[in-house]
Design a protein around this ligand. Structure first.
Ligand SMILES: [Mg+2]
Length: 419
């Protein structure tokens, strides 16, 4: 039997506020929040534990926070610095294992299965070493969830936050006693709308899902949400049971200049815009999904087109700069479509490729306060997560079922596309 994996989800406590407190020793014993001090109706992005103890909460208004805690020191955010510190913390994690996957600016997965022998198989020992290393280097305290899968490590982290030593382990022995009594709303990836669906189905706790047989749960989901809910049912059921075979994937953050994907086409099938639009969207979906996986977004969208009518051939590339860097499917697709329509001569297509370049760290977008974009982004990441676990066939746009779609065909080719 393969050795059970040992996965950590390490989360930085009050990340931006901790970075600022480390940079300003004079505020050591003062409540500190990060937000725009010039905009009273701006949002508090982070608050140190001392500020939280006085009622300051993340995402409240700066003015409200100051009303509750008049001595609060409000510091303007310095996103570039936070990203640098986050990358430094990645480097520290990399000194413990080569398998490090950023999940957000202040949360990263580490697979330390292979590192443990260097620490005399002492799990708390390796974690304390990581915590001390990060604290001494950056002034940031980390809390660590431990589990045999990423999903359990992630959910364990919520409990780690309540422990004095910031460490909690969730595994198949304690999941029933620790996780299952919690309201279903507390389960990973369950937002308000999904929680309402579950309540409607008579499901109130995580254990209500976990204790059901998968077939029964699928059936109940179908009754409430329709036939297409099977994949979601499987996702939530596995999550409730802590099942998650997806590996910790190290990003290639420093080597990549662009993320792109292309496809040779049977040109006699791609003669009209509606068919071409379908394949264009599929390519964009793949490009954006891969970019998000490595936490990139691109400022420039490029298309490479080859056309032929069987006699003459014609190839060209075109590119445009986006208003803002993006890895959002609808934004990249709109740009690629515009580029195509503006340049297409009308001949049938024999090849189409899409790429994004001038890459930057997508965590910058997470830090801007454009709620709609962040929400769309999170929704797309949710779909990515399902695809990572079940393969790219798991969720496919309805347009891909059209004859001109190549996504299904491609989904059957294993590993051929993400070299
Ligand atoms: Mg945090």
């Amino acid at each position: 039997m393969p050795k059970e994996r040992l996965i950590l989800l390490s989360d930085c406590q009050s990340f931006y506020a901790s970075v600022e407190k480390a940079a300003h020793p004079e505020y050591k014993d003062k409540p500190v929040a990060v937000g725009d001090p010039a905009r009273m109706n701006g949002i508090v992005l982070a608050a140190c534990p001392m500020a939280k103890a006085r009622g300051v909460t993340t995402a409240s208004r700066v003015g409200e926070a100051l009303a509750k805690c008049p001595e609060l020191i409000v510091i303007r955010p310095r996103m570039g610095t936070y990203i640098k510190v986050s990358l430094l913390i990645s480097q520290i994690y990399h000194s413990y294992t080569d398998l490090v996957e950023p999940f957000s600016i202040d949360e990263q997965f580490l697979d330390v299965t292979g590192s443990l022998s260097c620490f005399g198989e002492d799990v708390p020992g390796i974690i304390r070493s990581i915590q001390e290393h990060v604290l001494l280097s950056t002034g940031v305290w980390t809390r660590v969830g431990i589990g045999p899968t990423k999903i359990l490590a992630k959910m364990a982290n919520n409990f780690a936050k309540k422990q004095k030593d910031g460490i909690f382990r969730l595994d198949y022995d304690n999941i029933g006693q620790v996780l299952w009594p919690l309201p279903v709303h507390d389960m990973f990836m369950v937002a308000n709308r999904m929680a309402r669906n579950f309540y409607h189905m008579g499901i109130t706790t995580i254990g209500d899902i976990a204790r059901m047989e998968l077939g029964e749960f699928k059936q109940r989901m179908r009754t409430t949400m329709g036939k297409q809910s099977d994949i979601q049912a499987e996702y939530y059921w596995q999550t409730a049971r802590g099942i998650d075979p997806s590996p910790v994937v190290t990003g290639m953050r420093h080597q990549v200049k662009s993320v792109g994907h292309g496809k040779a086409l049977r040109w006699n099938l791609y003669t009209r815009l509606p068919e071409i639009e379908v394949v264009l969207l599929e390519l964009v979906i793949e490009v954006c999904q891969r970019a998000r996986r490595y936490r990139y977004m691109g400022a420039v969208v490029s298309i490479a087109v080859s056309e032929t009518d069987g006699h003459k051939s014609n190839s060209y590339t075109r590119q445009m700069t986006l208003p803002e860097p993006s890895a959002l499917t609808h934004e990249v697709a709109a740009a690629a479509y515009r580029l195509f329509v503006d340049n297409w001569t009308g001949m049938p297509l024999s090849r189409l490729a899409i790429s994004i370049s001038q890459l930057s760290d997508d965590r910058v977008m997470q830090l801007t306060l454009f709620e709609d974009r962040v929400r769309t982004y999170n929704r797309e990441r949710a779909v990515d997560q399902i695809k990572t676990r079940y393969g790219s066939r798991a969720l496919i746009r309805a347009s891909s079922l059209l004859e001109s779609a190549v996504a299904l065909e491609r989904a059957e080719q294993i590993g051929g596309h993400y070299k």
